[in-house]
Design a protein around this ligand. Structure first.
Ligand SMILES: Cc1cc2nc3c(=O)[nH]c(=O)nc-3n(C[C@H](O)[C@H](O)[C@H](O)COP(=O)(O)OP(=O)(O)OC[C@H]3O[C@@H](n4cnc5c(N)ncnc54)[C@H](O)[C@@H]3O)c2cc1C
Length: 376
């Protein structure tokens, strides 16, 4: 954040930095450094969320009325940059960043009062039930049926690629409540309890060997209609609202932290060093664009969200490649053949990050959205 020279912002940065120095436990920081995915195991992320919650900093993006710290955009960015610099783990986005804003926007007073405090404290851990075996990029093709029965819906079908469903006690899901008219017009948005009878979670292993996502089966699952967010058959608008939060974001702080760690290494292969320097410049440009998006300078939030998703995830994959190259150089140099600690996760991260250009809407789809918005 060397572009900021406002004394009040620098004082804020120092306050955050000092808090992190004292309150981020070493064990959590070390576990986060060993993580191979952006989706951090809740055994690591939830204890950190609770420490932040006690300070009132668990949800930097939330308005103060719902328990956020009441920061402006730049303070939030500084906070993210300082957390990345200190090596703090990412908090799970499904509750805090994805479903919470739509509960604030579309939820009834009862739904807000029930769910928001439990998301903030980490008492509820959420997963996202959007994709299905026949509905990914073409999400509106989803088929999981929700048929009204008294005050409930009865659900049958399945969701796939459901990140952390094996940890979650809640799911937000898109379900089909009508087959009439356009596919988008027959979708509703439900909040589910994962303990409900009839829900089965089956693991899917990733290319890197991790158990990160799942297929979730619904067999006559009874869900109260009161758990619907927004009107019946109006779930598509809720989903579109949510996807802006899923895609938008602050990629640069974490990536700059990772790249700086690689640049601090001493093996001075000139070709690798030049590539690292070039990437550092690209990341500064990404950071400038993220700050511009935050200030709302030119362009719609959805357009920025798509552009930043492409630029951030592709930069992450380039850094993964550079980390593997650095690992290769280090392997030659180390007499005992042991990879240096900071490079030990280079290959699993490289493999895991192949998914980054697919999830949250593939980068091809984001390019398509930008083209359609810009070119009409
Ligand atoms: C690690 C990971 C975690 C995920 N977590 C979740 C989760 O928690 N919850 C959830 O609901 N989903 C999750 N997903 C699913 C994710 O949202 C989908 O994988 C994504 O939307 C793509 O859908 P698909 O896999 O069915 O691929 P498809 O839609 O079949 O696409 C296959 C390929 O074709 C391309 N393509 C498709 N349509 C077009 C088009 N019109 N123009 C150009 N190219 C096109 C795509 O870009 C892609 O390269 C996750 C995925 C991954 C990889």
């Amino acid at each position: 954040m060397d572009m900021l020279n406002d004394p009040a912002l620098m004082a804020f940065r120092d306050e955050v930095r000092a808090f992190l120095e004292v309150n981020l436990p070493d064990g959590i920081r070390r576990a986060a450094a060993r993580a191979t995915s952006v989706f951090i195991d809740p055994a690591i992320s939830l204890p950190w969320q609770r420490i932040l919650h006690e300070k009132g900093w668990a949800a930097p993006d939330w308005p103060a009325e719902h328990g956020g710290p009441g920061w402006g955009e730049i303070e939030r960015y500084i906070f993210a940059a300082e957390c990345a610099r200190a090596g703090a783990p990412n908090l799970a986005p499904m509750g805090l960043k994805m479903v919470a804003p739509v509960i604030m926007h579309y939820g009834s007073p009862d739904q807000r009062a029930h769910y928001l405090p439990r998301i903030l404290s980490g008492d509820d851990y959420w997963c996202q039930g959007f994709s299905e075996p026949g509905a990914g990029s073409d999400l509106a093709a989803l088929q999981l049926r929700a048929v009204p029965d008294g005050d409930d819906y009865i659900l049958n079908g399945s969701k796939i690629w459901t990140t952390h469903a094996h940890f979650a006690n809640r799911m937000f899901a898109l379900v089909r409540t009508s087959t009439e008219g356009k596919p988008q017009a027959g979708i509703s948005f439900l909040l589910l309890d994962m303990e409900t009878p009839g829900i089965t979670v089956e693991p899917i292993r990733t290319l890197a060997g991790d158990h990160e996502f799942n297929q979730v089966f619904f067999d006559d699952v009874r869900v109260p209609q009161a758990n619907r967010l927004g009107g019946e058959n109006e779930g598509w608008s809720v989903a579109k609202h949510l996807l802006t939060f899923e895609r938008g974001g602050k990629y640069a702080p974490g990536l700059i932290g990772r790249l700086e760690q690689l640049r601090r290494r001493s093996d001075p292969d000139p070709v690798l060093r030049a590539a690292l320097d070039r990437e550092a410049v690209t990341l500064r440009a990404l950071q400038a664009l993220e700050l511009k998006a935050m200030r709302g300078v030119g362009g719609s939030p959805a357009l920025y969200a798509s552009a930043l998703k492409i630029l951030g995830t592709e930069a992450a994959q380039r850094i993964d490649t550079l980390a593997c190259e650095a690992l290769g150089h280090a392997a030659w140099a180390e007499a005992d053949g042991q990879a240096p600690a900071e490079l030990a996760v280079a290959v699993p991260r490289y493999l895991n990050d192949r998914a980054a250009t697919i999830y949250a809407g593939s980068n091809e789809i984001q390019r398509d959205l930008i083209a359609r918005t810009m070119l009409g």
